[in-house]
Design a protein around this ligand. Structure first.
Ligand code: FAD
Length: 295
């Protein structure tokens, strides 16, 4: 029944696994996976799932998720087909499924400053807005003008200052059933070469300091108010520490990487040990930046 319904309202699959859809390459079978093509299909799907009390999760590029091995019995909605954008003078309208590094490159080529800070963040625009993702002192809150959301079967625009943005947080954390459909971002005209040089420089710095050659979900912990999570992790001697195939990166100790067949249990076992030991030694509670799902 659910399979038939979803197949009529998007591209449907029942053979998807989180390990193939997340950058850390972990996680079990997804009972139902659907990719709507447009807002009409998305509306029908979300309305049906809500009416029938069926759990669902919207997936971006899976670059901030640690998913458990057990089957997820709900529906994963991917917005990868929401992948168009339109530049209009001082703003760009962009759909939620567009990858941030791709849009950053396109904007740079046109001489628009906007997403330089995000050019190395491997997420979709929906995920970046949800997380208020940021780097190098910039974050989505600096560039989001407004966001188009699906809420209670209605599409509506929310203004940037209604989104409760703070460090790696937005209003969407408190409303997991709202779906980010698209956004308008502010653009500033700048010299194309300057933008491209800045992006290249930042990418080089990332390559030097982050284990980009290994599956990860980026930084495991948020930085505490005055300092860096990696320094605290180094302070408890956890750089290089491993449980089965999961390891605290030697290159950047706030990255926990999957060296092969690692699972969410392995990942979380390390993360919880770090939290306990950092609390014991420094009295600081490290908060996870990655999101646990279905585990
Ligand atoms: C190598 C690496 C480097 C990274 N560097 C950074 C960095 O510098 N700065 C930073 O902030 N992060 C960084 N990250 C983390 C990650 O890329 C960001 O958190 C990103 O914003 C997640 O986007 P995503 O599309 O992958 O979201 P996902 O991981 O797919 O989802 C994250 C959350 O957003 C929700 N979500 C996604 N799309 C929507 C939507 N359309 N509507 C409603 N909810 C939605 C999901 O349900 C989930 O709760 C890094 C990750 C990696 C692997």
């Amino acid at each position: 029944m659910i399979k038939e319904f979803l197949s009529q309202h998007g591209e449907y699959h029942d053979d998807k696994y989180f390990k193939d859809l997340t950058t850390v390459k972990m996680g079990g079978h997804i009972a139902h996976f659907v990719m709507p093509e447009n807002t009409d299909e998305l509306k029908c799907i979300v309305s049906y799932l809500k009416t029938n009390g069926i759990p669902f999760k919207v997936l971006g590029n899976g670059s901030n998720l640690i998913c458990g091995e057990s089957e997820y019995n709900g529906v994963v909605i991917s917005l990868k087909k929401f992948n168009s954008y339109e530049i209009n003078n001082d703003e760009v309208y962009v759909e939620a499924g567009v990858l941030a590094p791709n849009l950053a490159m396109i904007l740079a080529k046109e001489g628009y400053s906007c997403l330089e800070f995000a050019s190395g963040i491997p997420g979709c625009m929906g995920g970046l807005i949800y997380m208020n993702a940021g780097a190098y002192k910039g974050s989505m809150s600096d560039v989001v003008k407004e966001v188009l959301i699906l809420k209670d079967d209605e599409l509506l625009w929310l203004d940037g200052d209604e989104l409760n943005f703070s460090y790696r947080h937005s209003i969407f954390h408190d409303h997991p059933r709202w779906v980010i459909v698209a956004a308008r971002l502010k653009l500033t005209k700048k010299n194309r070469e300057d933008i491209e040089d800045l992006m290249a420089d930042r990418l080089r710095r990332r390559k030097e300091t982050q284990p980009l050659d290994k599956p990860s979900a980026g930084s495991c912990f948020r930085n505490p108010e005055d300092g860096y999570a990696w320094k605290l992790i180094d302070g408890i001697g956890y750089r290089g520490y491993s449980v089965n195939d999961v390891c605290v990166s030697d290159k950047h100790s706030n990255f926990i990487v999957n060296d092969g067949q690692g699972t969410a249990d392995d990942y979380l076992s390390i993360a919880y040990q770090i939290q306990d030991k950092v609390k014991e030694k420094y009295g600081i509670k490290l908060v996870m930046e990655v999101e646990k799902f279905n585990c």
